[in-house]
Design a protein. Structure first.
Lengths: 354, 285
């Protein structure tokens, strides 16, 4: 029996790691990445040549996709709406920023440990991870849920923005960290580095996508969806809901931290504006637009919205925020499942008519 | 090697055995001890919300394997009592024991659930985005820790257990349907099935036949009677016809305490019960 001859029969593939959409997404990611690399290698005069600036831009989109994945893991599958995920992204970014700064001039005090890449790499995942652990432990243990949780995540990222704005923090104050020249001994301004960061970001997206997929199809993933839909029931069948939430929240924060660390060398700066509540809300809009609770939807949403942003802030800079808001309203009203929902519906119709 | 050193080595090996967790990390669970009497024991339990006395010096004992019906008018404290037993609400005073070993007032909901107390809500609560089999799989007794849950696979034994429960609840034909598309009655049975997967010692069932049709009600009565004996079952219900069809022992709650206890006929003949509850609409009682 297939899904098409019985609409109520469920798609068993959603329990298998390699579903149709997972396979398709992986293939599109890999082929897209290789394609860009090939086109970039073409000589300058060739009409199909993709410039290094475009490669850098796509690399930046990859880090946004990674961040969207992190948000979707907890919002789509666990029902926790974090409006402060930019904080974890920024922490990962600052860890990377300190490391990059240390390559040119020695850092004062404790920051000197960030000179070493392994330490910095650890800090990139541990700083956001620890913050999420402490914050999540306090929130989930007290059963802070729904909109209240969203509000305190906003407060968290706002508070961190204020703290990082202070010069005494030694994080560059409102200017943030900039003047990056070298990463792992290679010049950041070289074309090779642009390509390497693009590849690293793409591979990170792919790995994080597979990790999230593995979590989502596991029994833990089903427990988390059950928690999203009927938290009390989950508790009464004996699962520790607070532990489930904490585990996924920490994983999500770590993914966001890695995204931030890959973002910083590609844009060349990290400053407190990344902690701004507005940025975190934008991330949620990406996921909502792409389609909540479908991992590929989150990736798609981040890519589409950021591409639009690049194009439209160039063409009509003043109208961008209105367009983003309008898009969000439109999707919420017309496509509650996002772009992914639209794709799934179209596919269902095709199969029904076939 | 000298004996002291080898003794130490032995202890170290014992400590680091890969096939089990460290003793201090193992969940402190022990089987329910019913050798000294009832499986559930509530003594002098009181709780009030903002001055409203929801439960007032309630005493109740449930024997192992018993099927008990609890009736009472709205606001008699039936659901609050279930909240107290399952750890959702803490009483102001009193004691609640599960067997003679487990003081339920020191445990939280997941701990109580893992000890073997299952609860069915008044409104059927199943995981609508998951299918029937997945609902049962999640409820299956087993290791609930994060890492184990992440790596858990459904084995043959578990599959057999699911098939058995699907059979018992009559949901075999629905096994691959999403729980969200089931009928009201089927959701109720699925929820009872989920309780069975937990292998509970004590089942608390809140209004299982609310909103059911007559034939569905008969099937539910049949299901619950079959469960008693293997498990202790406490049913809270409004429907007197249904209570009469399954009850051996009936407890009447009124204003947060026990008004009467006995067989359905004894209780129904009690003038106090007739006054507060059965009143006019149960003239034949």
């Amino acid at each position: 029996m297939t899904a098409s001859d019985n609409p109520q029969a469920i798609d068993r593939s959603r329990q298998a790691f390699l579903s149709r959409s997972t396979l398709l997404t992986s293939v599109v990611l890999i082929v897209g990445m290789l394609g860009v690399l090939v086109l970039n290698a073409l000589p300058d005069g060739n009409p199909l040549h993709v410039s290094s600036a475009t490669v850098a831009l796509l690399g930046k989109y990859f880090t946004y996709m990674l961040l969207a994945l992190a948000v979707d893991l907890i919002w789509g599958y666990l029902g926790i709406l974090s409006l402060g995920h930019g904080a974890f992204f920024a922490l990962g970014g600052y860890a990377m920023g300190l490391y990059l700064n240390a390559q040119t001039s020695p850092l004062p005090g404790w920051q000197a440990v960030m000179t070493y890449f392994p330490v910095a790499a650890l800090a990139i995942v541990l700083a956001p991870g620890l913050l999420a652990l402490v914050f999540g432990w306090l929130a989930f243990r007290s059963r802070v849920t729904g909109v209240y949780f969203s509000i305190i995540t906003q407060a968290l990222t706002f508070a961190l923005m204020l703290v990082f704005n202070r010069n005494e923090m030694g994080m560059g104050g409102s200017t943030g960290l900039t003047r990056f020249y070298e990463l792992l001994g290679f010049s950041l301004s070289s074309e090779g580095m642009t390509v390497a960061l693009f590849i690293a970001s793409g591979v990170a997206v792919l790995l994080a996508f597979w990790l999230c997929r593995a979590i989502v199809v596991s029994r833990l993933g089903r427990v988390s969806m059950a928690t999203r839909d009927a938290e009390a029931r989950v508790r009464f069948i004996g699962y520790r809901v607070d532990h489930v939430k904490l585990a996924l929240f920490v994983v999500s924060a770590m993914i966001a931290g890695i995204a931030g660390a890959l973002y910083v060398p590609q844009v060349g700066i990290i400053n407190p504006s990344t902690f701004a509540p507005l940025f975190s809300i934008e991330v949620v809009v990406w996921v909502a637009l792409g389609g909540r609770a479908t991992l590929y939807g989150a990736l798609l949403g981040a890519l589409v919205v950021n591409y639009l942003k690049t194009v439209l802030t160039g063409a009509v800079p003043d109208a961008w925020l209105f367009l983003l808001g309008g898009l969000f309203v439109l999707v919420t009203m017309a496509l509650p499942q996002g772009i992914a929902g639209l794709l799934a519906r179209r596919r269902g119709r095709q199969e029904a008519s076939a | 090697m000298n004996p002291i050193a080898s003794g130490r080595l032995e202890r170290l090996r014992e400590f680091a055995r890969p096939d089990r967790v460290f003793d201090f990390m193992a969940p402190a669970q022990s089987p329910v001890d019913v050798s000294h009497g009832p499986i559930l024991y509530l003594e002098d339990v009181s709780v009030s919300f903002d001055g409203f006395q929801a439960i007032n010096r309630l005493n109740l004992t449930i024997d192992d394997g018993e099927l008990r019906c609890i009736i009472g008018p709205n606001g008699a404290g039936k659901t609050t009592m279930m909240d107290i037993i399952t750890g959702k609400t803490r009483p102001d005073t009193g004691q609640v024991w599960f067997g003679s070993r487990h003081n339920l007032l020191t445990l939280d909901e997941p701990q109580i659930a893992n000890l073997g107390i299952g609860r069915k809500f008044q409104k059927p609560t199943v995981f609508e985005a998951l299918d029937v089999t997945e609902n049962l799989e999640l409820a299956m007794a087993g290791d609930r820790r994060i890492w184990k849950t992440l790596l858990a696979r459904l084995d043959h034994e578990g599959q057999a257990r699911i098939d058995e429960v699907l059979e018992t609840t009559g949901l075999s034909a629905q096994r691959h349907r999403l729980a969200g598309v089931l009928s009201h009655g089927q959701k109720q049975w699925l929820e009872i099935g989920m309780l069975l997967m937990q292998r509970p010692r004590l089942l608390l069932v809140d209004e299982p036949v609310a909103g059911m049709t007559e034939p569905e009600m008969h099937r539910t009565a049949d299901l619950l009677t079959r469960l008693a004996g293997q498990q202790s079952v406490v049913v809270v219900e409004h429907d007197m016809g249904f209570v009469r069809s399954i009850a051996r022992q009936v407890t009447v709650l009124h204003q947060g305490s026990v008004l009467a206890e006995g067989t359905m006929d004894e209780v129904a003949g009690d003038p106090r019960v007739i006054e507060v509850y059965l009143g006019g609409d149960e003239e034949a009682a």
